[in-house]
Each structure stands twice: as structure tokens, then as C-alpha cells.
Write a protein that binds this ligand. Structure first.
Ligand SMILES: NC(=O)c1ccc[n+]([C@@H]2O[C@H](COP(=O)([O-])OP(=O)(O)OC[C@H]3O[C@@H](n4cnc5c(N)ncnc54)[C@H](OP(=O)(O)O)[C@@H]3O)[C@@H](O)[C@H]2O)c1
Length: 257
């Protein structure tokens, strides 16, 4: 389990939804983690990280903003690997999301160019809509959609390609640890239609009046898992992800059911 012993890695945007799981799993594996946040003095951004097992001994927080030249130099110095997750994430249900999507494409392109020009071994991870329990106290848009469904508000997000945040975090570590990892990885656990998602939710919470699905049968495609599975990446069942997300929302007081 302690494959990370003696190794130091950096996680950017460490207080985020995905990165918090990544930091937790890296610490569990024995890594020393240099984690960047924009405001290390904000307890909402750091308390959940500082309380992780191993954090006292092996977690080091750094202040870094993407908009400041050289801000990440100290955090990446001496690291064997960098997990770069920091990014402004603005997903809106009503907006066509074109700017967000464009920003992801441009950021990845810039990453490949930089890696090539600087002899860096880069792998990119492309998850779709992340669900799963929250470690950080902030509600992500993806998880907020489930909250809407549970309280009766219809959302088109029910038939999105889902992936569990815990699978995304372990996949990041896997691609770092497996030497043959290369190129881009699509991380999609399940492409389901809205009817299927609602069916699972109704089975899990039979007494609740849930929202109806919007465009429920829009998902007529699948995304290949072959490359991800070749790395040893596995995906949790959708039932588990949906149940654990809702239980986490209950535990954090976002929902009372
Ligand atoms: N959640 C999903 O469904 C999903 C799906 C596909 C891809 N992704 C991608 O995965 C990555 C992480 O997403 P997430 O869901 O974990 O989002 P998140 O919870 O919003 O985390 C993103 C982090 O980025 C940091 N950040 C934002 N602007 C920054 C800046 N100017 N400088 C430095 N840090 C900045 C924030 O840090 P502070 O807390 O320090 O302000 C935040 O914690 C993003 O690149 C996102 O686009 C997410």
C-alpha cells in the first residue's frame, strides 16, 4: 500500500473536489504532498486537508494562483510528479458551457506543448461528470444537480456520463505509478439515460418524490473504457456512487431526507 514512501509530489488546486480525494489517497499511500491553494489561511479551503490521515507529517500547503507568474515554482520544486487540477470550474445548467469547454481544450493543448518543449512526461486525464462523496465543504455543480433531483427540480444532468470522484483520484495515481501510462485517458464510469438514473435513485430512496428527467433518452453512445482498464483503473457501480453522494450530502447538511 505504501508505494509513495520517500516520494514527493505536488497537487495544484488541492482544496478542490477531485484534488481533495487525490491528496487523501496520496497520503494514504505514503507520499509527501506539496499542495497548492490560493488562500492557505482560509479554513474552508484547508481544514479538511489538514485533518486527513498523514497530513500532519507529510502535507505541506503552498499559496499559489495560476494568474501569478512563477507562483507554483516553490511547490513543484523537488517533486517527482505534479498533479495539475487547479482551474476555474464554472459549469452552468442553462449556459451552453462553451467557454468552459474551450478553456479545457486550450489548457490541455498548452500542457502538451509545454511538456514537449521541456522534456516532461505528461499524461492527461479527462473525466466526465464527477459524483461521489465530498471531502471539501463546497458543493460542486455536478453534485448540486443530484441535490436538485432529490428536491424535485428537473435537470438535464441525469443523463450525463458519470464517473466517481474516487475513481478519478485513483486513476491519477495509477497513471503516475504505472510506467506504461501515456497520452490521454477518458474517465467515464457509466453513460446512462435519465430513466436509468431515476430508477436507481427511486430504488435507493423509495419514499421521496424525485424530479422528472429532462431529455432522458439523450445518451445513445458509450465511451470506451479499454485504455483506462488497461492501466488497472476500475469504475465503481453507479448505484454506489449515487448512494454515497447523497449520503455525503446528508452528512454535510446540504439535504435533509
Ligand atoms: N467536477 C467535475 O465533474 C469535472 C469533470 C471533468 C473535469 N474536471 C476538471 O477537474 C479539475 C478539478 O475539478 P474539481 O471538480 O475538483 O473543481 P473544484 O472543486 O472547483 O477545484 C478546482 C480548484 O482550482 C482552484 N483554482 C481555481 N482558480 C484558480 C486560480 N486562478 N489559481 C489557482 N487555483 C485555482 C481552486 O482553488 P482554491 O480552492 O485554492 O481557490 C479549486 O479548489 C478542473 O480542471 C476541472 O475542470 C472536473
Amino acid at each position: 500500500m505504501s508505494t509513495g514512501q520517500g516520494k514527493t509530489v505536488c497537487v495544484t488546486g488541492a482544496s478542490g473536489y477531485i484534488a481533495s480525494w487525490l491528496v487523501k489517497l496520496l497520503l494514504q499511500k505514503g507520499y509527501t504532498v506539496k499542495a497548492t491553494v490560493r488562500d492557505p489561511k482560509d479554513p474552508k479551503k484547508t481544514e479538511h486537508l489538514r485533518s486527513l490521515d498523514g497530513a500532519k507529517e507529510r502535507l505541506h500547503l503552498f499559496k499559489a494562483d495560476l494568474l501569478e507568474e512563477g507562483a507554483f515554482d516553490a511547490a513543484v520544486d523537488g517533486c517527482q510528479g505534479v498533479f495539475h487540477t487547479a482551474s476555474p470550474v464554472l459549469i452552468s445548467v442553462t449556459d451552453p458551457q462553451i467557454w468552459y469547454v474551450l478553456s479545457k481544450i486550450l489548457a490541455e493543448e498548452a500542457g502538451w506543448k509545454f511538456a514537449e518543449g521541456n522534456g516532461i512526461d505528461m499524461v492527461s486525464m479527462n473525466p466526465r461528470l464527477c459524483i461521489g462523496p465530498l471531502l471539501n465543504p463546497t458543493l460542486m455543480t455536478s453534485v448540486e444537480q443530484l441535490l436538485n433531483v432529490m428536491s424535485g427540480t428537473p435537470t438535464p444532468f441525469l443523463n450525463y456520463p458519470f464517473v466517481d470522484v474516487r475513481d478519478v483520484a485513483s486513476a491519477h495515481i495509477q497513471e503516475f505509478e504505472v510506467p506504461s501510462a501515456s497520452g490521454r485517458y477518458c474517465l467515464v464510469g457509466h453513460v446512462v439515460d435519465g430513466f436509468d438514473t431515476l430508477k436507481i435513485l427511486r430504488q435507493l430512496y423509495p419514499t421521496l418524490t424525485l424530479a422528472e428527467a429532462v431529455n432522458p433518452s439523450d445518451s445513445k453512445y458509450q465511451v470506451s473504457q479499454e485504455k483506462a482498464k488497461g492501466l488497472g483503473i476500475t469504475f465503481l457501480p453507479l448505484e454506489t456512487s449515487l448512494r454515497d453522494t447523497i449520503e455525503s450530502l446528508k452528512e454535510k447538511g446540504f439535504i435533509k431526507i
